[in-house]
Design a protein around this ligand. Sequence first.
Ligand code: PEP
Length: 253
Amino acid sequence: MRKKIVAGNWKMNKTFEQGLNLVDEIIQSSAIHQTPEVLKIIIPPFIHLHSVSEKTKHINDIEIGAQNCNNNEAGAFTGEISAAMIASCGAKYVLVGHSERRQYYNETEAILTQKVNHAISKDITPIFCVGENLTERNNNTHLETVKQQLKETVFNLSVTDFSKLIIAYEPVWAIGTGVTATSHQAQGMHNYIRSEINKKFGKETSESISILYGGSCNPENAKELFACIDVDGGLIGGASLKANDFVAIANSF
Ligand code: PEP
């Protein structure tokens, strides 16, 4: 059975105090505890990691992730945070390849591969994001785009390391736009990704890896998306900033 997962990426939102209040609201919500089989991953800014991890460490179905880590082990990289550092603050997961990082910070496939390797070496699970832009979707080259993104990065891992990943399919045109992929579009891509994993790493790996959908997912559309056979949950941006919405999405399976 693949793990069902709902991960909330707060992006660059919430001051320290606001972040702690949001976590308190989530863990005090009785509804969050209705779905112990669903793993909830809270992905706040770096400054919250340690405190949020302390607050949630006794809750089995809530884990903490970071939004980024540097591609180097350690050293003179002013302003950067390493995989070892986020691990020491309680992060068990890290986003790698989010389209905002690719677009605004020019993160190449080579850099993303280094990040994935560093994270795995520190026992952190990368949530590796892929997804096409609107032009690629309109030109019908979206499958090829996503295949390339995988081929140039995580498809170079050993099968053992690849099996440790979570994949997130996030069409760039759906992120933060209010335009969600239809369940047909999401299922089509998730099935394609799984079939490419099958070709590369075999059936056992492809059947066991969780593939999350991300892009304007909210309490209204989550149920239909999560009902798709190859959609194992969601990576949630905007809607993860409200405790009630995040909890409602986590209860949408
Ligand atoms: C994201 O940034 O990963 C995301 C899915 O954002 P949103 O839910 O706001 O579209």
